[in-house]
Design a protein around this ligand. Structure first.
Ligand code: NCD
Length: 329
């Protein structure tokens, strides 16, 4: 369907090769970051946030072009990447939707990417196939940022989520109970955030319907990291959490639409639910939100999802600099 599979086998090489390229760093998975890199990135993001308060631009990427290639719907991720590039003084070219690119004529992702490296200096790619950005990074000689690969990962969202949590809760001061609610199986933002949070003193409460539980791959990861976690269907467990990270049921990942209908409206976080939680719980959501958080929560002090989306700009500015190896100081 996406002209990708037949090329994958041929071009898979060690991820380490790409990540170790001294000129730049692709951002493919949350697993690539060490704890000290995460601390540096959080500091850099905060520095950028402060600098932006006094002026609109930090013109460090004047000579650079970012290509945003989005083969799945997006609002925040693409626009915040593009705004981030503009605020750094760079320029943006964009290809959105398979139907408007030559892929609609049958061109493979490989060929599409191959020409991209002469048009741009860095690219952010969203694609419905898991591993598509890793393939891209192995195909072209400019840094690739994974802006969501199917039900795989969404590392830049994970980083802005981490930045938001660090803003409201002191990491490593006391153990944090992080509650994930909704589609934990297909929610790629959760997959990235869990790996990032595993560097800190956290345990996890994973609230989902049985069919949408965390994939075995991530369960083994948590076990290996010796992280405590609870898998449950019971929304009442949210009352023990310090953070509620709520997600949309990922309709586009279901092969049988009747399955999706079963889970649609499964959990609804409304004012009453929030009132039963800890007073200082923060409610997060990567957005878009459907019915899983009712709008009566928006005015509560616990609701942080719009602030979280705002943090996407600062985080992505930091990540563009990190990826291109440009020093701010
Ligand atoms: C998320 C995604 O695309 O995975 N959205 C986003 O990037 N902010 C979450 C979602 O679509 O449910």
């Amino acid at each position: 369907m996406y002209f990708l599979a037949k090329r994958v086998g041929k071009y898979i090489v060690s991820e380490k090769l790409i990540l170790m390229n001294p000129k730049f760093k692709s951002i493919l998975s949350a697993s690539q970051f060490t704890k000290s890199e995460l601390s540096e990135l959080l500091d850099l993001t905060s520095l950028i946030e402060n600098k932006l308060q006094s002026r609109k631009q930090i013109p460090l990427l004047n000579e650079y072009i970012l290509a945003t290639m989005f083969f799945e719907p997006s609002t925040r991720t693409r626009l915040s990447f593009e705004s981030a590039m503009h605020r750094l003084g760079g320029r943006v070219i964009t290809a959105v939707g398979m139907q408007f690119s030559s892929m609609a004529k049958g061109e493979t992702l490989f060929d599409t990417l191959k020409v991209l490296e002469s048009y741009a200096d860095i690219c952010a790619i969203r694609h419905p196939v898991e591993g598509a950005s890793a393939l891209a990074a192995q195909t072209i000689s400019i840094p690739v940022i994974n802006a969501g690969d199917g039900a795989g990962e969404h590392p830049t969202q994970g980083l802005l989520d981490l930045y938001t949590i660090a803003h409201y809760k002191k990491l490593d001061e006391k153990p944090l109970n992080i509650g994930f609610v909704g589609d934990i199986k297909y929610g790629r933002t959760i997959h990235s955030l869990i790996q990032l949070l595993s560097h800190f003193d956290c345990h996890f409460t994973l609230i989902s319907p049985k069919e949408l539980q965390l994939d075995e791959k991530y369960i083994s990861f948590l076990k290996k990291q010796k992280k405590e976690f609870l898998i449950t269907e019971d929304l009442n467990k949210l009352s023990e959490c310090d953070v509620a990270y709520v997600t949309r049921i990922q309709e586009e990942r279901f092969i049988d639409h009747r399955e999706f209908e079963k889970f649609h409206n499964y959990y609804i976080i409304d004012k009453e639910v929030v009132e039963k939680c800890k007073k200082d719980i923060i409610i997060m959501h990567p957005l878009p939100r459907l019915s899983e958080i009712s709008t009566d929560v928006d005015d509560m002090p616990q609701a942080k999802y719009f602030h979280q989306a705002k943090n996407g700009l600062f985080t992505r500015m930091a990540l563009l600099l990190y990826s291109l190896n440009i020093n701010i100081k």
